[in-house]
Write a protein that binds this ligand. Structure first.
Ligand code: ADP
Ligand code: MG
Length: 394
């Protein structure tokens, strides 16, 4: 798939429609983590250097008609302006603003309100999406796609709009793709993948696709109990997806045939309740009491995972090892993160909660090879799926 970059498109003096991923966590009007905004700056600066004017389109969360107020991009316009040290205008209106965009002068930036406030953006009906993108297309002369976190969505501003205009990918998408290519084309070996998080169903496709490419898969988090259960172990009140047990058994057999090591925790931190104050006890992974639930991998497992990670030259990590949001259950995630910071090779962290976890636990972004801005998008890429937003840019 050949994707045009910024330097391959004539951008001088153009009015650019720029699709960014500015989907940042906001609490009580305050941006908690502005990493996605920062990740968008490189492209914006390059466009400004080419004397462009820029109409920025982005989304925030998954608005329902009744909760629009909490999901306005207005605070993002302000933060973007601070980071760029230049004015960023904000338009509450998204439709019927051609006059406004036509009057933008060189160097001016206009951020439109949350594009998902319009149902057509995410509509299943292609005609509805096309009607919206036709309107948006009148706002500029060229389209730059840089919202990596949204490229797995067939949405009007990601897919149809890109297709109907001269287009290229921005720096963030190119960077993210470069990293993902390192994980899929001739990665340095040993190549290990660490998976955790809440649901097996979210990650099963990745495990399946990566089985052919990796040497080692370490599994923790809530999803590990479906694996332990598939091994016939008692898992108490832990999270489990019983319908996936046959699939998990099949995966384990395939791994064995391929000589891929799947490592599971040998000890588990359990508690009676899903609660920050719950008393944490460590038990062997085949001795989880019936009335307790596993909320983290145990210390012996954490050391073992860290040792195995330490031997790798390429590591991709997605999904916390436990409920890192509660201090008592964050140690497994901390150990894995620590191990990733030390490897002699490339370490990549993907997934919104995993990225949040390493920050919460006090690591800095520079401790890792790369922290992806895209959760679902990176996973779907690694699953080998076609991503609509990239297809549209190719
Ligand atoms: P990411 O966003 O990095 O892809 P996920 O969304 O898949 O990660 O999973 C993150 C969530 O998984 C976290 O909120 C964490 O609390 C939860 N989690 C991890 N381990 C467990 C567990 N043992 N039981 C329940 N939830 C868990
Ligand atoms: Mg998540």
């Amino acid at each position: 798939m050949e994707i045009k970059t910024l330097s391959q498109l004539d951008l001088q003096n153009k009015r650019v429609i720029l699709r960014c991923d500015l989907n940042v966590p906001i609490k009580d009007g305050v941006i908690i983590d502005d990493r996605r905004i920062r990740a968008s700056l490189s492209t914006i600066r390059k466009l400004l250097a080419k004397d462009c004017s820029i109409v920025v389109i982005a989304h925030l969360g998954r608005p329902k008609p009744d909760q629009k107020n909490n999901l306005s991009l207005a605070p993002v316009a302000k933060r973007l302006s601070e980071l760029l040290e230049t004015e960023v205008a904000f338009s509450e209106e998204i439709i019927g603003i051609k006059q406004k965009t036509d009057s933008l002068k060189t160097g001016q930036i206009l951020l439109l309100e949350n594009i998902r406030f319009l149902a057509a953006e995410t509509s299943k009906d292609e005609l509805e999406r096309k009607a919206l993108s036709s309107e948006l297309a009148t706002y500029g002369q060229v389209y730059i796609g840089d919202g990596f976190g949204a490229v797995h969505r067939k949405h009007a501003s990601v897919y149809e709009l890109a297709k109907m205009m001269p287009h290229a990918a921005g720096d963030l998408i190119i960077t993210e793709l470069g990293v993902l290519e390192k994980l899929t084309m001739n990665p340095n070996r040993p190549y290990g993948v660490v998976l955790g998080g809440a649901k097996v169903s979210d990650k099963i496709g990745v495990i399946s696709n990566l089985l052919e490419k990796v040497d080692l898969i370490a599994i923790g988090g809530g999803m590990v109990f479906t694996f332990l259960s598939a091994h016939g172990k008692e898992i108490g009140k832990s999270l489990v997806e019983n319908d996936l047990i046959p699939t998990v058994k099949e995966l384990m057999k395939r791994a064995e045939n391929l000589g891929v090591k799947i490592i599971l925790p040998t000890d588990i931190v359990v508690a009676k309740e899903f609660n920050a104050e719950s008393n944490a006890t460590i038990v062997a992974s085949d001795e989880i009491p019936k009335d307790q639930m596993g909320l983290d991998i145990g210390p012996e497992s954490a050391r073992f995972f860290a040792d195995e990670i330490g031997k790798c030259k390429t590591v991709f990590w997605n999904g916390p090892m436990g409920v890192f949001e509660f201090n008592n259950f964050s140690n497994g995630t901390r150990s894995v993160a620590q191990a990733l910071t030390k490897i002699d090779g490339i370490s990549v962290v993907g997934g919104g909660d995993s990225a949040a976890a390493v920050r919460k636990l006090g690591f800095s972004d520079q401790d890792f090879g790369y922290i992806s801005t895209g959760g679902g998008a990176s996973l779907e890429y690694l699953e080998g799926k076609e991503l609509p937003g990239l297809v549209a840019l190719s």
